[in-house]
Design a protein around this ligand. Sequence first.
Ligand code: KG4
Ligand code: ZN
Length: 340
Amino acid sequence: MLVLALETSCDETSCSLIKDGRVVLSNIISSQAKLFEKYGGVVPEIASRKHVELIVPVISEALEKSGKKLADIDAVAVTKGPGLVGALLTGISAGKGISLSLDVPLIGVNHLEGHIASNYLTHSELKPPFICLLVSGGHTHILKVLDYTDIQIMGRTRDDAAGEAFDKVARAIGFPYPGGPKLDTAATKGNPDAYKLPITRFKDNPYDFSFSGLKTAVLNILNNCRQKGESINVADISASFQMTVAKTLVRNTMEAMESESIVNLAVAGGVAANSGLREEIAKACNKREFTSFFPPIDLCTDNAAMIGSAAYYRLIKGEKDDLSLDAQPSLRIGYPQKTV
Ligand code: KG4
Ligand code: ZN
């Protein structure tokens, strides 16, 4: 089954041609990140307009690179949410147009399910059940993936997402948007034990996270230094923050795996690119004889190939959408659903 997939939920315009959910024929990603550097973050209206400009060239390039023609496509997949409504609508409208003109099924995909699926693209041996640590700019979840489309939530953040904490701390240190990867680079030269930072633990659910206290602790250290006119060791504060986030994510994830007796872990989302987290997970899994899977760096952040993979596992179950498909900016993943 050849799927043409589109991803436009935030500031990446992406199109991929993907076969049977696992073989990527092309995956073109046009990032607007550079454009948003001067604003310190994504400006939704500008992002939507950029998607409109980029979507057709990106689709043309993805088709050309795949060596396939429009007539070869069996289904069209689009990200339906969560994300920025205007940005999502650009991809959804383009997807509807292609599906209608080719008379092939259209399917809306949950962006977070896409992140999980990014691991299927390079790890052919990975199959459910497994635990997924999903760490992106807007979400931080420990998920029990029982089947490709059956996903149970074990833990989640109660405030900031890990990526959001990375970006906010990076911004306070002085790194331009998006700060997460820049903080990661700085951390490699720092001492992770230089600052003792708080780790939150919840009694009612040991797998839940909270990163806002940690973020505030770093901001206080930075403010105190600035007020006293002291210089800040950027590498040390970056390394200490990064290690605290990694340790928290690893501790909860290992406990979840042990409690469920599940030995396979897939890490997904933009923060899965973080070098400190990758190292800590690998160490913790080796110690317990667990196996960890990470997408390659370019598939950790937003891309259409992961959307095409997630779509495949729903399409083969007979699921599809019609032209009433709408953007769902606050779409959630898994069950049970809580209001937090
Ligand atoms: O998954 P993603 O591309 O977008 C969302 O769906 O949110 O994740 C983007 C997030 C941003 O917060 C970015 O700073 C973070 O992933 N990120 C990183 C790294 N690369 C991307 N955070 C820490 N270290 C990295 N190397
Ligand atoms: Zn994402």
